[in-house]
Design a protein around this ligand. Structure first.
Ligand code: TTP
Length: 672
């Protein structure tokens, strides 16, 4: 059944660029003697040689796969070179790879709207560039075509046996009778070939790309011919491409929806969806999902390339599979401290380099319970307003954990069958910061604000002002539940009988992203310094570009002292006595979740907290926020102000801060 062409989608040119065996390439650039050899990057955990996370194409030819462990890979390919992922704080440190990804982004971002989709993937909207090329120098007017262009794969291109492929590609691209969509696509193919060459020249990394009329098709195509190749998808080839594509391979159909399509509608390939009307699909899956399914079956997707070079969130996570599962609060706290420290560092660089601030802290964990028929119960995720400073994040993360644990094991840790204490095990932990916003204006006022605070007595041991970060209007109120995108992983170690669902922990995926698995990327911090093998001139160029492309706010605020330096200065002045106090506060407050007031033991806060506990008779973190949303507005306001007493105290002050008020309220000290 021929599929009607969509009216508008052919007028866009979208590319998806994906680095080839990325971590391996980064390591090979660091150690050039590894180039061309079968190589794999392994996790730092040495059990059975460590789990493989990236495998070179030479090693793949010998049968080495990512699912293997180091020992197995050596068995399959005795000459394989195993490189351990860098380690910091007892866990993988991905900064080197993040920085390398940023180098690539800075080159690609010159060509058009650029969306960094993960640590090594980028979407580009090349429509304008392609339109310009078509107007000024269309393919048929070019005297010669670059080899890289001629090596392109074009789906559906008819090739007679024995044809010279490069000639066929040239002919296809120079067809005078081609329609506008194909002509634009040809221009996109030329632009992407040029960009890939530039990436190789400047970073020494190869990448592969898909060029199509929308994101969905571009992404599908980029993985079709790897490494170091590119694939174009004319609209006429879409039906053939989708007809054999297994339904579960499609983005967003790998989970329950895909399974339901298979089991309930007998759909095995995306093409099989064509037999269902839009109404039928809507009947089964609701209006929006039904329409979306109807569209993807026809290769239609209106998803825009977001002009985003920076991550939507930051996260730090770690898995504790099998016998390494955590069993005590103190070990959980130890690891949360490590993860929070890393998160805090990344938040500080984001603040300093990009003038961005995050407002929500979320804790995710995966766990199982012993002696429990309900062992698949998910460990709830918890969020609270984010307070800047490592110690505050550590404290809040631990409090969130305890709130979640209470919910997970049930009241008093007693299982419903008897009086035995539940035994819980934590197999994955992650902390993340989201709802990141640009500091709009008055950046200098933040630094001035910090400076004015440097003489104030009310700073805490961790180097931050005492007041917790107030919420932005968009931030979730109080403690809320948040479900992450989850990745099913089987335990690789002894405890193979236990399978749990992990939200993107360190071992389970390349970068933590709590919003959508591959959609969020990491902070491109310290580009110039993190890559020792890069030539100085390269570093200069990259750093310059990143400065220009990612953030020119810095220019505007030249001469302003570094916010991170100010954080550090606070830390340096904090006395050890304060630190001890802070520690004891952690353990005392950890008995209950207290997000809305400062962690410091001011009398005001204690009083408010006591009143809250007495008046309400239950823990505030256990209040379902959606319940509040249904109350009359006035009552909501009152209840929320009661839950966030500091807000009441600060109302007058933040209003009086003029243009900087929206920023200053993040850092205000507690007004007693
Ligand atoms: P991918 O793009 O999925 O794979 P890749 O770049 O290694 O290889 P390919 O050429 O097939 O695209 O992942 C990018 C990097 O992310 C990868 O080099 C290592 C890291 N990663 C993990 O750490 N864990 C994982 O489970 C996966 C899939 C990737």
């Amino acid at each position: 059944m021929p599929v009607a062409r969509p009216e508008t989608s052919e007028t866009r040119v979208i590319a998806h660029v994906d680095m080839d065996c990325f971590y391996v390439q980064v390591e090979q650039r660091k150690q050039p003697e590894l180039r061309g050899l079968p190589t794999a990057v392994v996790q730092y955990n040495e059990w059975q040689g460590g789990g493989l996370i990236a495998v070179s194409y030479e090693a793949r030819k010998c049968g080495v796969k990512r699912s293997m462990r180091g020992d197995e890979a050596k068995f399959a390919c005795p000459e394989i070179q195993l490189v351990q992922v860098p380690v910091a704080r007892g866990k993988a440190d991905l900064n080197l790879y993040r920085s390398a990804g940023s180098e690539v982004v800075s080159i690609l971002a010159q060509s058009g709207k650029c969306e960094r989709a993960s640590i090594d993937e980028v979407y580009l909207d090349l429509t304008d560039a392609a339109e310009r090329m078509l107007a000024d120098a269309p393919p048929e007017s070019l005297e010669s075509m670059d080899e890289e262009v001629l090596k392109s794969h074009i789906l559906g291109m008819s090739r007679e046996d024995g044809d010279d492929c490069k000639e066929s590609v040239r002919d296809w691209m120079c067809r005078r009778d081609a329609d506008h969509g194909d002509k634009l696509l040809s221009c996109g193919i030329i632009i992407v070939a040029e960009l890939r060459k530039q990436v190789l020249k400047e970073t020494e990394f190869t990448c592969s790309a898909g060029i199509a009329h929308n994101k969905m098709l571009a992404k599908l195509a980029s993985g079709m011919n790897k490494p170091a190749q590119q694939t174009g998808v004319p609209y006429s080839a879409v039906q053939e491409l989708l007809s054999s594509l297994p339904i579960k391979k499609m983005k967003q159909l790998g989970g329950k929806l895909g399974t339901s399509l298979q089991n309930d509608l007998g759909v095995d390939t995306v093409g099989d969806l064509l037999q269902f009307s839009e109404t039928k699909l809507q009947e089964h899956y609701g209006i929006n999902t039904g329409t979306w399914l109807w569209n993807i079956a026809r290769g239609i997707s209106g998803e825009e390339v977001q002009g985003r070079l920076l991550p939507k969130s930051h996260g730090s996570g770690k898995t504790f599979p099998g016998p390494r599962a955590l069993k005590s609060l103190s070990t959980v706290q130890h690891w949360l401290n490590q993860l929070s420290e890393e998160l805090s560092e990344r938040l500080s660089s984001d603040l300093e380099q990009n003038k961005r601030i995050a407002s929500t802290l979320t804790l995710h964990a995966s766990a199982f319970r012993s002696r429990d028929s309900d062992s698949h119960k998910k460990f709830p995720s918890k969020s609270c307003p984010l307070r800047y400073g490592a110690i505050k994040i550590q404290e809040d993360a631990f409090n969130l954990f305890q709130a979640a644990l209470r919910e997970y094991i049930g009241p008093f840790g007693i299982n419903p069958q008897g009086n035995k204490k539940e035994t819980w095990r934590i197999t994955g932990l992650s902390v993340s910061a989201s709802k990141i916003v640009d500091i709009p204006s008055g950046t200098s006022s933040i630094t001035r604000y910090f400076q004015s605070q440097s003489t104030a007595p009310s700073h805490s041991a961790d180097g931050c002002v005492q007041e917790h970060v107030a919420m932005t209007p968009s931030a979730s109120e109080g403690c809320s539940e948040q479900r992450s995108t989850e990745t099913e992983v089987a335990m690789p170690e002894e405890d193979t009988s236990v399978t749990c669902t992990l939200p993107n922990f360190e071992n389970s995926y390349k970068d933590i992203d709590l919003v959508s698995e591959k959609d969020v990327v990491s902070c491109p911090s310290n580009e110039a310094t993190d890559i020792p093998t890069q030539s100085e001139s390269n570093k200069g160029t990259q750093a310059k570009r990143i400065g220009q492309k990612i953030n020119n706010l810095k220019e505007k605020n030249r001469g302003i002292p570094s916010i991170v330096d100010i954080f550090k200065n606070y830390s340096a002045t904090a006395s050890s006595k304060q630190e001890t106090q802070e520690d004891s506060t952690v353990s005392s407050t950890s008995k209950r979740v207290n997000f809305s007031i400062s962690s410091h033991n001011s009398e005001v806060n204690q009083e408010v907290e006591e009143r809250r506990e007495t008046d309400w008779g239950y823990k505030l973190d256990e209040i379902d926020q959606s319940v509040l949303d249904e109350l009359p507005v006035e009552i909501q306001r009152e209840v929320r102000s009661f839950m966030r007493p500091n807000k009441r105290f600060n109302v007058g002050k933040s209003k009086g801060d003029g243009s900087a008020s929206s920023i200053a309220h993040y850092f205000q000290p507690l007004k007693r």
